[in-house]
Design a protein around this ligand. Structure first.
Ligand SMILES: CC1=C(/C=C/C(C)=C/C=C/C(C)=C/C=O)C(C)(C)CCC1
Ligand SMILES: [Fe+2]
Length: 348
């Protein structure tokens, strides 16, 4: 079944290149961060903020900067001005509408951002599991939906369970750009009872998901082991690494890197490069294509800064403005990626 899933039939050479150039780096970076923090390391806020700041130029923001090319390409067409314009319009309408929500109801906008990211990062990992790790055990829609909920919950829910104060600080940094004392209605979410209940439900979900995958796995257990190993590794990672740092690194080396490889597999030229093991050449080509709109997004960041009613003066506040921009760009981006999922038969 997995041959029909990713929309491109990956040769063994391509899969090797992706494993060594994409999967392994993500695993290694994650382990490299888990170890010191398990041993009790602590780092100052500005250091924790570095990966998220870097994501504005490398991997993070660029991963969405070719959405105008991705949509025609996933349908096997060359990008035309019309198709690119349609994606531009989608960004304009969705981004602006969501911007208005941030203005008038920042807490709703923040909650929406968490749920949107939960779905989006889950859907990104689902594609990677099917296409790169060939997890054939994810055969039913139910299992794929569970994969999205489980994978997306790792970055979005585990930090709430393990670092509620950080979570609240970041939530406050975002919402208070628009309204003071905005989080008062959310105190229940950070309470220990709430977190215990959420943690128990989520733990059961992970157990059920992995058990179902195990039962459905054929004789080759490697793909399931990759899924289970990644899931448990990320659960520990988000439970011990301070969330700003953990999310900044995850955004770059898991979500964005995996999505970028998905993108370079679409046009013939870069797909052939990946197939023959020249991953870096394909990534170089991507970097060129992603540069103009990455720069445009950075210009929008400047614009958003001017529009924010309560301008911050600290590192967290600066990151908060960047995260609100990401939120506004993510809504149309998710629409594009969901369309890609449809075209590439990710849901069967
Ligand atoms: C930074 C941070 C948080 C939120 C990060 C989010 C929501 C990032 C979304 C990024 C996206 C959508 C990127 C595009 O693909 C939490 C969870 C509140 C915990 C504290 C640290
Ligand atoms: Fe994305």
């Amino acid at each position: 079944m997995s041959e029909s899933v990713p929309g491109v039939d990956l040769t063994a050479g391509a899969r090797d290149a992706i494993a060594s150039g994409v999967l392994w780096p993500g695993w290694l970076v994650t382990v490299a961060l888990v170890v010191p923090f398990l041993l009790g390391a602590s780092v100052p806020l500005w250091v924790q903020a570095v990966p998220l700041a870097v994501s504005a130029l490398v991997l993070g923001l660029p991963h969405g900067a070719v959405d105008h090319l991705a949509l025609p390409r996933v349908r096997g067409r060359r990008p035309t001005w019309r198709a690119m314009g349609a994606v531009g319009l989608l960004y304009l309408v969705c981004g602006l509408a969501y911007g208005v929500v941030w203005y008038v109801a920042p807490v709703v906008a923040f909650a929406g951002f968490i749920l949107l990211t939960w779905f989006h990062w889950g859907q990104g990992d689902l594609y990677a599991l099917l296409a790169f790790a060939r997890v054939e055990a994810l055969e039913s829609r139910l299992q794929r939906a569970l994969a999205v909920v489980v994978r997306g919950g790792l970055p979005m829910l585990v930090p709430l369970l393990a670092f509620p104060d950080w979570y609240r600080r970041v939530a406050l940094a975002l919402t208070s750009l628009f309204e003071a004392d905005s989080l008062a209605g959310l105190t229940w979410l950070f309470r220990v009872e709430t977190r215990l209940a959420l943690g128990a439900a989520y733990g059961l979900l992970i157990a059920g998901y992995l058990a179902l995958g195990y039962v459905r796995t054929g004789s080759d257990r490697t793909p399931w082991l990759i899924d289970a190993g990644e899931t448990l590794l990320l659960a520990v990672y988000f439970a011990v690494v301070p969330p700003l740092l953990a999310i900044g690194v995850y955004f770059c080396v898991w979500h964005s890197l995996r999505h970028i490889v998905r993108l370079v597999l679409l046009p013939r030229r870069t797909r052939d490069a990946v197939r023959t093991g020249r991953l870096w050449s394909a990534l170089g080509r991507f970097a060129v294509e992603a540069t103009p709109l990455t720069l445009a997004a950075l210009a929008l960041l400047g614009g958003l800064w001017l529009f924010v009613p309560r301008r911050p003066g600290d590192v967290l506040g600066l990151l908060a403005v960047y995260l609100v921009l990401i939120a506004m760009l993510t809504l149309p981006h998710v629409a594009v990626v969901t369309w890609m999922d449809r075209e590439q038969a990710v849901w069967g």
